[in-house]
Every structure is written in structure tokens, then in C-alpha cells.
Design a protein around this ligand. Structure first.
Ligand SMILES: NC(=O)c1ccc[n+]([C@@H]2O[C@H](COP(=O)([O-])OP(=O)(O)OC[C@H]3O[C@@H](n4cnc5c(N)ncnc54)[C@H](OP(=O)(O)O)[C@@H]3O)[C@@H](O)[C@H]2O)c1
Length: 247
């Protein structure tokens, strides 16, 4: 019960890494505000996925990170229904591949809108609430693609690098308010995003890791749990790789 009495927001909580983080947080005693793009008719399915143990400490909030007005109304809804927020996990993200000369400005903007601008806007709003209570842990999901410049990763890798760098700026500015900000850089992880990669790109990353396997979503959730909990109270401004040892 490392998160007993904590309130945590998890974006992209309906599948993949976000689902695993939301479940892990619920199992550790947190109230989870699960942000999803899902339409209302999927709500029951989603609740069953998030709540396999019948834990009821869950709030669903609609969030589309590509729409500024939706982000603003999600912040408003969260602030009016919760007196404090302890943890924010910026997990939702999109990926696409494309060589430098083939990448359109439209595609770059689409990636940055979701993976960078949307996350910054959401975090600005939630950090204001954390600042009132002089405490909080913000966890931003970046990627090893932020620092490994494989061909075809211009847009995705750059958006994730920008977000990791932004985490460090947030850490330096929010530290005085007792808020810690860290980024997790997962290596290749078994989710729907994993299935989008070419087998060659996946194999290359797996074979360059010391452990020679892809991560499971739970491997990333365990790091998020550590960063969210009081076990990491002196850790901030870090980009923590969970990649099976790509060295
Ligand atoms: N899997 C990997 O190998 C890997 C490696 C490094 C880093 N990461 C990062 O880890 C995070 C989670 O990835 P994943 O592998 O779990 O991916 P995933 O299975 O593709 O899930 C992506 C999640 O993001 C949500 N999302 C996408 N666009 C959104 C938007 N505009 N507004 C709100 N939510 C949106 C999706 O919601 P919908 O279901 O509605 O689409 C889904 O919940 C991402 O930031 C990703 O970049 C993944």
C-alpha cells in the first residue's frame, strides 16, 4: 500500500503502459483519476479492465491531448471534484515513424501536439493545484527514442526528447514548491505501440539490451510506483531509463 490516501492522475489509462500503471496504483491504495479518450459506451469495459480486484477508488475523466479546450475542461473537472492531487503520470502518447526528408510538418505538429504541447498544458493546470499543497510527484513518460537516433525516429524521438528536457525545467522550477518531476524512458515495451513497430526495429532494440528482451508494461509501472511513492522523496529532475540495460 505504498500510495495509501494519495490521489493520482494517469493519462492514457485504458491500455498498455497506462493501464498497468493505473492498476498498480489502485492496488497500492491510491485513488486513480483515469484519463481516457474512450467514448462513454466503453465505460463498463474500461472499469472492468482497470478494476479486476473490484477496487472502487476510481474516477474516469475524458481527455484528448490534441484538443486544447478538452484539456482545459478536464483540468476544471479534476479541480472541482478533488481537493488535492498528489501524483500526475503523463503517459498518453502517439508514435509514428518517418525518415527526415519524408516527414511532413503536419505529421511533426501532430506528434508534438499530443506528446509535448498537450502534456505541458495539462501539467501547468495540475501543478497549480499541487503548488497550493506544496507537494506532488509528476512522472512523464518519455522514451529511449529520445536519445537513440535510429533512422525514422525524427518526429517521435524529438517529441520525446523535448518532453524529457521539459521535465528537468519543471523540476528546477517546481522543486521549491515541494513538487518532484521525473521522466521515465522505457525501452521497447509489449503494448499496441510495440505491434506498430517493424520486426526489424524491435529486434534491433531488444538485441542491444543487456537483458535481451522487451519490457512488460508492469516493468514500467513498477518504476512509476517507486517515483510516485515516498520511497523516492529525494529524486527529482531525473530521466530514468527502464530499458533492460542498453549501455
Ligand atoms: N511501447 C513502447 O515500446 C514504448 C517505448 C517507450 C515509450 N513509450 C511511451 O509510453 C507511453 C504509453 O505507450 P503504450 O506503449 O502504452 O502505447 P499504446 O498502447 O499505444 O497506448 C497509448 C495510450 O495513449 C492514449 N492516447 C493517444 N493519443 C491520445 C490523445 N490525443 N489524447 C489522449 N490520450 C491519447 C491512447 O488512448 P486511445 O486508446 O484512446 O488511443 C492510449 O491510452 C507513450 O507515451 C509512449 O510514447 C512506449
Amino acid at each position: 500500500m505504498l500510495l495509501k490516501d494519495k490521489v493520482a492522475i494517469v493519462t492514457g489509462a485504458n491500455r498498455g503502459i497506462g493501464l498497468s500503471i493505473a492498476r498498480t496504483f489502485l492496488q497500492n491504495g491510491a485513488k486513480v483519476i483515469a484519463c481516457t479518450r474512450s467514448s462513454e459506451d466503453q465505460e463498463e469495459v474500461l472499469l472492468a479492465k482497470l478494476n479486476p480486484d473490484g477496487i472502487h477508488n476510481l474516477q474516469l475523466v475524458h481527455l484528448d491531448l490534441s484538443e486544447e479546450h478538452v484539456i482545459k475542461s478536464a483540468i476544471k473537472e479534476i479541480m472541482t471534484t478533488n481537493s488535492k492531487i498528489d501524483i500526475l503520470v503523463n503517459n498518453a502518447g502517439i508514435a509514428s515513424g518517418g525518415l527526415f526528408q519524408m516527414t511532413t510538418m503536419q505529421e511533426l505538429r501532430r506528434l508534438f501536439d499530443v506528446n509535448f504541447f498537450g502534456q505541458i498544458l495539462l501539467t501547468q493546470g495540475i501543478a497549480r493545484l499541487m503548488q497550493r499543497h506544496k507537494a506532488g510527484s509528476i512522472i512523464n513518460i518519455s522514451s529511449t527514442a529520445a536519445c537513440i537516433a535510429d533512422p525514422g525516429t525524427l518526429g517521435y524521438g524529438s517529441s520525446k526528447a523535448a518532453f524529457a528536457r521539459a521535465s528537468q525545467s519543471m523540476a528546477t522550477e517546481l522543486g521549491a514548491s515541494g513538487i518532484r518531476v521525473n521522466a521515465i524512458a522505457p525501452g521497447v515495451t509489449r503494448t499496441d505501440m510495440f505491434d506498430q513497430m517493424t520486426p526489424m526495429a524491435r529486434e534491433k532494440l531488444i538485441n542491444s539490451s543487456s537483458l535481451r528482451r522487451a519490457a512488460e508494461p508492469q516493468d514500467i509501472a513498477n518504476m512509476a510506483l517507486f517515483l510516485a511513492s515516498n520511497l523516492s522523496t529525494f529524486i527529482t529532475g531525473q530521466i530514468l531509463k527502464v530499458d533492460g540495460g542498453i549501455v
